[in-house]
Design a protein around this ligand. Structure first.
Ligand code: NAD
Ligand code: UGA
Length: 458
């Protein structure tokens, strides 16, 4: 049955959910306290790059099934079900900052005129949903309103696909009736084959945090193995393929790279450590995920420095500023750490990203680097190249063209997306993550030696 749904927060989760729910046929009001964002959304502008979202949003606007507003009081009054999808960033020390959630709960309490179901989509520490429900029961006349935790598992870059094809739907609720209503909100658009797990709110909160911690730990482990693989002359891509063939382990999330980024793994790992501390549990193993990951992020720059001897005076092209491909999100991206290291050690950096350049410039104000609209401009006369994001267009780099554009011949391919043997035939020395360095197979193509001599003689 179609419902009137209010979604509070129009970020990655809120906007994708609002558009997805409207696509299913519900009547959706999406709210944000960022007035500029609401103005843009009303015009059909999507505030971030997410494949497929713009079209789905336009369809929903045209069908009149989605409305945008910054008047949260009216939106709370009109919705039968209220989704909360505001941010839960890290506060100082790593604890989850619930101020955005609390501000929304204030508005709900002030404006609730009948019983509703409140669905929390934001990631919150264990115990938060019960605490909100208790607060609402204490302060509200309509004590039969329900609060449900329905964690979101979408990935940026594939968020629209993930909304319609999730691996599972988790509904954390102590009320069977509320759980059934929330489950029905997602059907019929989502196949009945998708498992629905009904559990308590606190278990659902553990599922969300636990999933992110598990995924983050896999990346941390594969990256440490990659470092060992470099030391012993192995190939982490082959090793990961072999490890992943064990059905108990599985092949996904075993790609070595420049550490994990994004807005959630880091904050959720830190958040669960703090939740552990609060409840007297020392999350010793989980704590190491963050320290390991932080050290991984700088490795591409350090490896380049080792290969070149010094970064001083080198022109380095950095391809990829987004934390992963198919998004313009730069939160937690290794690009910050790598460019920091390069410029602090005397290199001049020209960077490129097909979508994230603008956001990166807003976030990163240091001198010593510039962003180029075309990758060719970043690569022109570069002494070395570092690839940080696995964008499709970087996978298609052609060695011959690259050798004509660049001055030097060193490539740090942190995502292992290039054919290193092929590039070596065009005079490049390629360093992948977790793989042995493949040196130029072209005789007398000692570009780095010539370059070293030129820099030393200056
Ligand atoms: P975001 O920062 O992109 O968006 C949050 C939005 O909420 C912003 O537009 C902000 O203006 C708005 N907002 C804040 N306070 C508000 C208020 N009082 N009233 C109305 N609007 C308000 O965040 P996000 O990436 O969408 O993440 C939201 C939550 O979902 C977080 O808890 C996150 O951990 C979780 N999550 C995120 C992802 C992801 O891929 N980004 C995936 C799963 C879960
Ligand atoms: C992640 C989870 O995958 C989602 O299920 C979850 O909903 C979301 O966090 C969240 O809670 O915010 P996301 O951060 O969008 O989604 O992207 P991922 O695809 O998980 O990638 C995260 C980081 O890990 C990226 O930097 C990516 O490059 C890196 N990664 C991923 C690897 O280095 N290797 C891999 O094999 C996979």
């Amino acid at each position: 049955m179609k419902k009137k749904i209010t979604v509070i927060g129009t970020g990655y989760v809120g906007l994708v959910s609002a558009v997805g729910l409207a696509g299913i046929g519900h009547e959706v009001t999406a709210v944000d306290n960022n007035k500029t964002r609401i103005k843009d959304l009303k015009k059909g502008w999507v505030p971030f790059y997410e494949p497929g979202l713009k079209k789905k949003m336009k369809d929903a606007l045209r069908a009149g099934r989605i409305h945008f507003t910054s008047e949260s009081d009216l939106a709370v009054q009109s919705g039968e079900i209220i989704f909360i999808a505001v941010g839960t960033p890290s506060a100082a020390g790593g604890k989850a900052d619930l101020s955005q959630i609390n501000a929304v709960v204030d508005v709900i309490i002030e404006n609730l005129e009948s019983s509703k179901i409140i669905v929390i989509k934001s990631t919150v520490p264990p115990g938060t949903t019960d605490a909100i429900r208790e607060r609402m029961s204490a302060e509200l006349e309509y004590t039969d309103s329900d609060v449900v935790f329905c964690p979101e598992f979408l990935r940026e870059g594939t968020a629209v696909h993930d909304f319609f094809h999730p691996d599972r739907i988790v509904i954390g609720s102590d009320s069977k009736q509320a759980a059934r209503i929330v489950e029905n909100v997602f059907y019929p658009a989502i196949s009945r084959d998708i498992p629905v797990l009904n559990c308590s709110p606190v278990s659902a909160e553990l599922i969300k945090y636990g999933s992110n911690v598990m995924l983050a730990s896999r990346i941390a482990v594969i990256n440490e193995l990659a470092e060992l693989s470099e030391a012993v002359g192995g190939d982490i891509c082959q090793a990961a393929a072999g490890i992943g063939l064990d059905k108990r382990i599985g092949k996904d999330f075993l790609k070595a790279g420049p550490g994990f980024g994004g807005s959630c793994f880091g904050k959720d790992v830190a958040g669960i450590i703090k939740a552990g501390e609060y409840h007297g549990v020392n999350m010793q193993l989980v704590s190491t995920i963050l320290t390991t990951n932080d050290s991984q992020k700088m490795r591409p720059a350090r490896r380049l420095e080792t290969e070149l001897g010094s970064l001083k005076g080198r022109k380095v092209a950095v391809l990829g500023l987004a934390f992963k491909a198919d998004t313009d999100d730069v939160r937690g991206s290794a690009a910050f750490d790598v460019i920091d290291y390069l410029i602090e050690n005397g290199a001049q950096v020209k960077a490129h990203d097909p979508e994230a350049e603008y956001r990166f410039i807003i976030e990163y104000k240091k001198k010593g680097y510039s962003c180029c609209e075309k990758k060719e401009d970043a690569l022109s006369k570069a002494d070395a190249l570092i690839i940080l994001t696995d964008w499709e267009e970087y996978k298609e780099l052609e060695p011959e063209k690259l050798s004509q554009m660049m001055r030097g011949n060193t490539i740090v391919d942190s995502r292992n997306i290039l054919d290193h043997e092929l590039f070596s035939q065009y005079g490049f020395t390629c360093m992948g993550t977790g793989r042995r360095t493949v040196s130029s197979s072209v005789k007398n193509r000692g570009r780095n030696d010539l370059l070293n001599a030129a820099i030393v003689s200056v």
